[in-house]
Design a protein around this ligand. Structure first.
Ligand code: ARG
Length: 566
């Protein structure tokens, strides 16, 4: 496809401005308002060499530049020279590209030959899959898709929290109060209750905490009773979690979590010893990170057990061996920024140049009005309940809007779950946010349902037209502002995907889908399609098909379905 910006820059570079191509490329902007033009070249930097004020330079350039065929006109506006892309060329190039590439429109081979491990969700065994996990789960899933779309060979990993002292606590609690039948009936709630009650007990009686530590030690040493209970907790928890992953349409290539790494711990300790990185402190073994301004990290506790970060060191090494990654991405909340800084510092001290390829992608907290999300106190909002409620609420909305819709149940799922996911991905990930039903499920706002609906509307126009889309449409029929603006947003989609990949920020894709949808709805309101003359109708139908395709591609990247009818 034509790179309009590059064509423009090449033309300017050949116009004796005393600037090279790269400099010009870095200066060209997109105007804040598309009515001003599609691209803008600021003339400030030329003022010195030309000994003229920027607005005068912009004026003079507009008169003398020899524009390439892809650019229609140049218009000075203050110190900027604004350019308008030729509508016919734009329509021809972009629509044809979308229609020929189909599901591949927006993909690239930037990451070709490279591997990315994308770790996300990383739920904890014997604990609820609660609303707080939705962020890592949905953002990580989107990043995994985006990296693959950009050509990376990706591996999605659910780094299960299935090891550590809390499992000693679970076993001790089970030995005290456990009831197999009750647990089978409502696994997570019962296990959570054991955990919460034992925590309470340990607060009153510190000896109980030692008891839990002993059991974790037994687990690390493969005591059969401990292993049996732990395996069972893990099975029933995964059974519960997989229901939620299925609802979200998420799959993992690997579930190797904390326990998996425990087999490598001894090797890690040996290596750290050899590299003289371990220091004794108060009975524990630590790594001193003072020289890099980070708190020391405990590798082996006083009781001889490994820690969370030790397991992460082992895991990073294992991933490098197993996948030879170019990027090892951790989608984990911002409360663990320090943890990942320590991890990277440690890997770098161990001499691994690839420590720089380990990337922590943090995100802010989600909260619901009036509900705390702390597991320790036992007050939890289960993600499954939130998703089911979203489906229910959507069913009510559909009953009111379109009671005769076929497939109502299926569509309610696609839209309800899509709404929750979309809201999750709409804001920059680092911001904290309050989950809000009304805004998530609004069909008119900047929401998932709005985008899904736009795509379904495009589909119904195409169905009504009853003809196949003509890829040889006459692009000279595309003359309206609303058409050109819509095409420009579709043209921007691939660039947004790359930005999302580079910045680990799916919201670039989400927001672009909103822009495309808004432009489509404006176009739809301003330009008759089926009642237009034959030539115009063909061109507009091609544009409708391209819009539907690009929205579907974007939603798929976000992990959201595109219902045919809503
Ligand atoms: N299971 C952990 C938690 O829920 C997150 C794991 C993060 N990943 C890692 N490699 N440490 O807090």
């Amino acid at each position: 496809m034509i790179n309009f910006k590059l064509e423009l820059a090449e033309m300017l570079a050949g116009s004796d401005l005393g600037m090279d191509l790269d400099e010009i490329l870095s200066l060209i902007e997109i105007p804040p308002d598309r009515d001003m033009g599609d691209f803008a070249f600021p003339c400030f930097k030329l003022a010195k060499a030309f000994r003229k004020a920027p607005p005068i330079i912009a004026q003079e350039l507009s008169e003398k530049l020899a524009l390439p065929p892809s650019i229609d006109r140049a218009q000075p506006l203050g110190p900027y020279l604004n350019f308008f892309v030729s509508r016919g060329v734009l329509a021809r190039e972009v629509i044809t590209e979308v229609l020929t590439r189909g599901e591949g429109y927006g993909s690239s081979d930037i990451g070709k030959g490279k591997r990315a491990v994308v770790e996300f969700s990383s739920t904890n065994i014997a604990k609820p899959f609660h609303i707080g996990h939705i962020r890592s789960t949905v953002i990580g899933n989107a990043l995994n898709h985006i990296y693959r779309f950009c050509g990376y060979d990706t591996t999605s990993v659910n780094y299960l929290g299935d090891f550590g002292t809390q499992f000693g606590m679970m076993i001790a609690a089970y030995k005290l109060w456990g009831d197999r039948d009750r647990i089978h009936q409502d696994p997570i709630r019962e296990l959570l209750k054991l955990y919460v009650d034992y925590n309470q007990l340990a607060l009153e009686d510190p000896e109980k905490m030692d008891e839990a530590r002993r059991w974790f030690n037994e687990l690390e040493n493969k005591n059969p009773e401990a292993v049996e209970l732990w395996t069972w907790f893990k099975e029933i928890s995964l059974g519960e979690f997989n229901r939620v992953y299925k609802m979200l349409g998420i799959e993992f290539d690997s579930y190797n979590g904390e326990s998996y790494s425990s087999q490598f711990i001894e090797g890690v300790i040996e290596e750290l010893n050899e590299k003289k990185l371990l220091v004794e402190s108060d009975g524990a073994m630590i790594i001193d990170l003072e020289d890099v301004d980070l708190p020391n990290m405990i590798v082996i506790k006083r009781d001889g057990s490994s820690t969370y970060i030790t397991r992460d060191i082992a895991t990073a090494q294992y991933r490098k061996r197993e996948y030879d990654f170019d990027k090892n991405i951790y989608v984990v909340g911002s409360e663990q920024i320090l943890h990942f800084n320590q991890l990277k510092a440690c890997l770098s001290k161990m001499g691994y140049a690839w420590s720089k390829d380990c990337v922590h992608v943090p995100f802010g907290m989600i909260s619901l009005k009036d509900v705390t999300l702390s597991t320790r106190k036992g007050q939890v909002v289960f993600l499954e309940d939130v998703l089911n409620l979203a489906i229910e609420k959507t069913r009510d909305i559909i009953d009111a809007r379109n009671p005769d819709l076929e497939n109502k149940e299926e569509v309610s799922k696609q839209v309800g779950i899509g709404a929750v996911m979309f809201q999750e991905l709409f804001n920059g990930r680092i911001k904290d946010y309050v989950f809000d039903w009304d805004s998530a499920l609004n069909f008119e706002g900047e929401t998932g349902p709005y985008v899904q609906y736009t795509q379904a509307r495009a589909g119904s126009i195409l169905a009504k037209a009853g003809t196949t889309v003509d890829p040889d449409f006459d692009s000279s029929a595309i003359t309206m502002d609303t058409e050109a603006q819509l095409i420009m947003e579709i043209y921007d989609f691939p660039r947004r995907v790359v930005e999302a990949m580079e910045k680990y920020e799916p919201s670039y894709v989400t927001r672009q889908l909103i822009e495309i949808s808004k432009c489509f709805n404006k176009f739809y309101n301003n330009c008759p399609i089926l009642s237009a003359d034959e030539k115009t109708k063909r061109a507009r139908l091609a544009l409708v098909a391209a819009t539907q395709q690009v929205i579907q591609n974007g939603l798929a990247l976000l992990g959201i379905q595109s219902p045919e009818k809503m």
